[in-house]
Design a protein around this ligand. Structure first.
Ligand code: T1G
Length: 689
């Protein structure tokens, strides 16, 4: 056949094996020989049944995403499935690893699906700003019902083999020897005799009476879409499966797919798919990573506790160190409470909770860190404290142990000088809550050894984090750009905008919340302490903090939070404070539009991103996008700040930065030379090279 598709025979059963590493994507060079194989086996009289299986670590993980946006080469997936459904003899998909997107759609083209116990099945296209384009929205509801299909397709979250069996998505689950079992299953079907009904003709699970409940659930799901088109298209297409004849629904799915695949949102989300994988490529492939078996965490406060949970969730035994027994018990109690909340929500089983808690060992003795391969410090954000801790760590940690600091601002090079082994020191900047937030900024200090860095990057993926390596500067990538984004927020308030207005511009843009609501959630005192440490001021926020208004945790900040609620209400005192401070500065309030708010907040942020690339604090513009989408809620449909800059138009951004620089004289608007180069070369990579 071809290098990518081979056919073997087991008696009268033909086994078609796809072999296209690393994830058996349905690239053109797979589709063509696959089509040929299916056509010839369909017409081969002594072939009684066909099994489709895959070599390597997974079944087909989807269409080849790298082919999107290019002219489609025939046969496409729909043509292959159309042929599959003309095959009268039983066809069985043998699923191991993942059957995702076009991979599951291919399997839905078969009469039967057999999976091994570890298999995961799903249609995650929505995460790429798409909907299933190979009939998944029309065939899946025919097997699992419209409501199950709706939640699977709008969430994009795969389900396990056991759940797939219970839902009617797969017909058999096997512990091991999958292909042989699938061949046996196919023989049994041959024995039982046809006719074998293609999924397209199975309408039994489609029930119009479900429509009211379907619409209610769909409305709930798309409410969270925040401007993303794909979730809405997914819900509409599954609904069509109930209300339209098969071929009409299939055609409607195609129309939606063609529209989305050409759109900016899907381009942005596909950019992020590859950007996350690029960001994790650090150091030579063959670099020997250090062995990490046990992890130590110093500090059981909010950050330390969350970091310890992140490692325990990844299956690592954790030694949690605190200065006093009382502080240790408080920290462990919070961890137990957090797990109990997950059990109560049904996102964690009681067994899993017990297993994870069993991985913790509490201590107040630095000596107990001597058997740790990695030690992460999460103590008070002050240089003297950090240096004292690393000095003690240097004395107890075993040779080759990696010493990591969770600082979010401080100079990791300086921290490293408090040890005799700066080559083993690295920054691991987790985001709060550390057991939930995906992003991990990994700070490469001047002397950090390449194997230590590569070890931490790989470890990050093992505990479900999205790693991005950054250099040492104040605030690294995320917080440094956050400062640039916030630098004009106060000026905008004094000149006439309100916190609500600015936050509305951000939520309209697609952010979960705006800077003032975010400040109130995180606690205004964090920024206040940092500004004081740097001799900087923010007249409104500082005044609020001096008055003890730190945001949600004090019931008042830029907004009011009545009776402990998390719902922000306008705070008239803040409006008065802003007016008074403006008057003191002789600033007359004026009407400020959304466009100006975007120009004075997001454009400086992109400008700062360009400076970060110039200084090689980030290796790629796409790394900056991964930081912002996974750590600061930048809308995925816009691809991250540097990708969005391309959509917004670099010339426009340069023009408006110049305008505001002339008008305010502020450095934050002084354009970075790389912006101009980006405008000339059309890409950040081109500009940086
Ligand atoms: N197409 C092209 N390349 C892919 C790919 C794909 N579908 N999936 C993975 N890769 C590359 C990836 O870039 C990386 O490359 C390498 O494979 C290993 O991936 C018509 C429209 C399967 C769970 O969304 O979720 O079908 O960096 O590092 O952590 O309806 O890959 O090594 O050069 O992620 O073990 C739908 C996407 C497509 C699934 C494995 N399918 N893939 O995770 O490895 S749209 C998806 C994944 C579609 C149809 C539609 C994961 C994985 P490199 P990796 P992993």
């Amino acid at each position: 056949m071809s290098d990518f598709v081979s056919v073997t025979r087991d008696g009268r059963i033909a086994v078609v094996t796809i072999d296209n590493p690393p994830v058996n994507a349905l690239s053109f060079h797979v589709r063509e020989p696959l089509m040929q194989a299916l056509v010839s086996l369909r017409d081969e009289p002594d072939v009684a049944a066909i099994v489709i299986a895959c070599a390597g670590r997974t079944f087909v993980a989807g269409a080849d995403i790298t082919e999107f946006g290019k002219p489609v080469q025939q046969p496409d997936l729909r043509a292959i499935i159309a042929v599959l459904e003309t095959i009268a003899k039983p066809t069985v998909a043998a699923i191991h690893g993942t059957a995702l997107g076009g991979g599951l759609e291919l399997a839905l083209g078969c009469h039967f699906r057999a999976a091994d116990t570890g298999a995961k099945l799903g249609l995650p296209e929505v995460k790429l700003g798409l909907l299933p384009g190979g009939g998944g929205t029309v065939r899946l509801p025919r097997l699992v019902g419209a409501l199950k299909a709706l939640s699977m397709i709008v969430s994009g979250t795969p389900i396990g083999a056991a759940e797939a069996l219970a839902a009617g998505l797969v017909d058999a689950v096997f512990e091991d020897g999958l292909t042989a079992q699938a061949v046996r299953f196919a023989s049994e079907m041959v024995g039982r005799g046809g006719p074998f009904t293609p999924v397209r003709d199975r309408d039994g699970r489609l029930d119009r009476a479900e429509l009211p409940e379907f619409d209610r659930q769909a409305a709930e799901l798309v409410k969270k879409a925040r401007g993303l088109e794909a979730p809405i298209a997914c819900a509409q297409s599954v609904r069509n499966a109930i209300t339209l004849p098969f071929d009409e629904a299939l055609a409607a799915e195609r129309e939606l797919f063609v529209k989305l695949v050409a759109g900016d949102q899907s381009r942005a989300q596909r950019h992020l798919f590859f950007a996350e994988r690029e960001a994790a490529k650090v150091g030579a492939k063959d670099i020997v990573r250090r062995k990490i078996a046990r992890v130590g965490v110093i500090g059981a406060g909010t950050m330390g506790g969350g970091i310890a949970m992140a490692f325990a969730n990844g299956g690592f035994p954790v030694t949690l160190l605190e200065t006093t027994q009382e502080a240790l018990e408080r920290g462990l109690a919070t961890i137990e409470k957090n797990y109990a909340v997950s059990v109560a929500r049904g996102s964690l089983s009681e067994d899993a909770k017990r297993l994870r808690l069993g991985l913790f060992k509490g201590s107040t003795d630095y000596g107990d860190l001597a058997d740790c391969d990695l030690i992460v410090e999460a103590v008070f954000e002050e240089m003297a404290v950090k240096r004292e801790v690393f000095g003690r760590l240097d004395a107890v940690a075993k040779p080759g142990a990696i010493l990591a600091t969770n600082t979010s601002y401080l100079d990791v090079n300086e921290i490293a000088t408090s040890t005799s082994r700066p080559q083993d020191v690295v920054g691991m900047h987790f985001f709060s809550p550390a057991n939930v937030m995906k992003l991990l900024e990994i700070v490469r200090a001047e002397k950090t050894a390449p194997d230590a860095l590569a070890t931490i990057v790989e470890l990050a993926r093992r505990i479900g984090k999205v790693p991005v390596v950054v250099g040492v500067c104040h605030g690294f990538v995320g917080n440094r750009m956050l400062a640039a984004r916030g630098s004009e927020s106060e000026a905008l308030l004094l000149e006439g905008a309100t916190p609500q207005q600015i936050d509305q511009v951000f939520t309209d843009f697609g952010w979960p919340m705006g800077p003032f609501q975010m400040g109130d959630l995180a606690g205004l005192d964090i920024g206040w302490r940092n500004r004081k440490a740097r001799g900087q001021t923010a007249i409104i926020a500082d005044t609020l903090c001096e008055q003890g208004h730190f945001g949600q945790k004090t019931g008042s900040g830029f907004y009011r939070y009545e009776n402990g609620s998390r719902t922000p209400a306008p705070n008239p005192e803040v409006e008065t404070l802003i007016r008074d401070k403006a008057a003191e500065k002789g600033i007359a309030p004026r009407t400020i539009g959304a466009e100006e708010i975007i120009e004075r907040t997001l454009y400086p942020m992109i400008n700062e991103g360009a400076k970060i690339l110039e200084e090689k604090i980030a290796a790629r513009a796409s790394d900056i996008d991964v930081v912002w989408v996974n750590g600061y809620g930048f809308p995925v449909g816009k691809g991250g700040p540097m990708f969005w800059a391309g959509l917004e138009g670099i010339d426009k951004i340069i023009g408006r930065l110049d305008h505001w620089h002339e008008r305010t004289g502020k450095d934050v608007f002084k354009q970075a030379p790389l912006l101009r180069q980006m405008a000339e070369t059309g890409s950040w990579e081109g500009a940086a090279s």
